[in-house]
Design a protein around this ligand. Structure first.
Ligand code: BDR
Ligand code: CA
Length: 309
């Protein structure tokens, strides 16, 4: 089984990513969940993560991470995920609480305490603030991270024409992560925009007589109704795509590239600059840029996971 740590900002697609992970415990050993300000404030996304963990019967530690980007002013995505971060969906209250103490230390120890020969797959699906801090403060983790499978970036943008929301939110953190020595998989818009669920599929989940599927269908309906999907046949469930890469890498295609991040304040702020044509011969190409996926299989696998909850 793969050892997995997920860093998230739930967030509707983050919620689906957690659900997909919870349904994959035959393949993954989930060590914990950290939160980061992104789609909503750190307080809201942390409350959501706690409620989701309980709702999904995920008995794993939840730790509260960064309340904002390394340098930039924070900006949420309430227009896509709603004021709470989970649309209009109300999840049951929980008495689960965060693990108090130093969050980075906790993540570091979870990685370093893995048995000899084992390593952690990090799955960040929000701004990369926590991961950048972890790599800088505790560089020894590098040795025990198998790969970082991140949702973010791409060769085009959604927050701006050239920048994706998670990278735009904290470009300096993203640069630290892309410059690190850890193997990286960029599950960005190139692949997340090639897959998703149809209205009918979302409706079927929503209409389920099981409360758990009904709630996730309710969130997805809200997401589908956001301005981004006005003319779209598919709702792109970005963060769940990263989880599916972890569990089902065989349905993806990608190329190895170098990725740099635009950390200016200009029009390309937060752009992931991908060396697609391999222009610089000596450059390190240590990022697997996912650029295609078998859509039918994506849908079948994701729906099966959601049905198995
Ligand atoms: C990313 O931005 C967020 O709104 C989503 O949760 C996802 O992580 C997509 O650009
Ligand atoms: Ca997210």
């Amino acid at each position: 089984k793969k050892n997995v740590w997920i860093d998230c900002d739930p967030g509707i697609d983050d919620a689906i990513a957690l659900a997909a992970l919870a349904a994959s415990q035959d393949l993954v050993n989930i060590h914990g969940i950290s939160t980061v300000a992104g789609n909503q404030t750190i307080e809201r996304v942390t409350t959501n993560a706690l409620k989701l963990a309980s709702f999904l019967k995920l008995n794993v530690p939840v730790v509260k991470g960064a309340e904002g980007p390394l340098i930039r002013a924070k900006e949420d995505a309430g227009h896509v995920h709603g004021t709470t971060g989970l649309g209009n969906t109300v999840l049951p209250d929980t008495d689960k609480t965060i693990v108090e103490g130093n969050t980075l230390q906790f993540v570091r120890d979870s990685i370093m305490d893995l048995p000899e020969g084992e390593s952690m797959t990090l799955v960040p699906v929000g701004p990369l603030t926590n991961i950048a801090l972890l790599l800088k403060v505790f560089p020894e983790v590098t040795e025990k991270i198998d790969e970082i499978v991140l949702m973010g970036g791409g060769t085009f943008g959604n927050r701006t024409p050239t920048a994706e929301f998670n990278i735009w939110g904290d470009p300096e953190a993203a640069k630290i992560v892309f410059d690190s020595a850890v193997p990286k998989v960029m599950c960005g818009l190139d692949v997340t925009h090639k897959c998703g669920l149809t209205r009918q599929q979302v409706e079927d989940i929503y209409k389920s007589d099981q409360d758990i599927q009904h709630k996730f269908g309710d969130m997805l309906n809200f997401y589908f109704d956001s301005p981004a999907y006005i003319n779209s046949e598919l709702v792109h469930i970005h963060d769940a795509v990263a989880v599916l890469y972890v569990t089902n890498p065989e349905i993806f295609t990608g190329i190895k590239v170098n990725v740099d991040v635009d950390c200016t304040d200009d029009i390309n702020r937060g752009m992931t600059v991908c060396d697609l044509r391999h222009t610089a011969p000596d450059i390190k190409r240590d990022v697997l840029l996912l650029n295609d996926i078998e859509v039918d299989k994506f849908q079948d696998i994701l729906l099966a996971k959601l049905n198995n909850l």
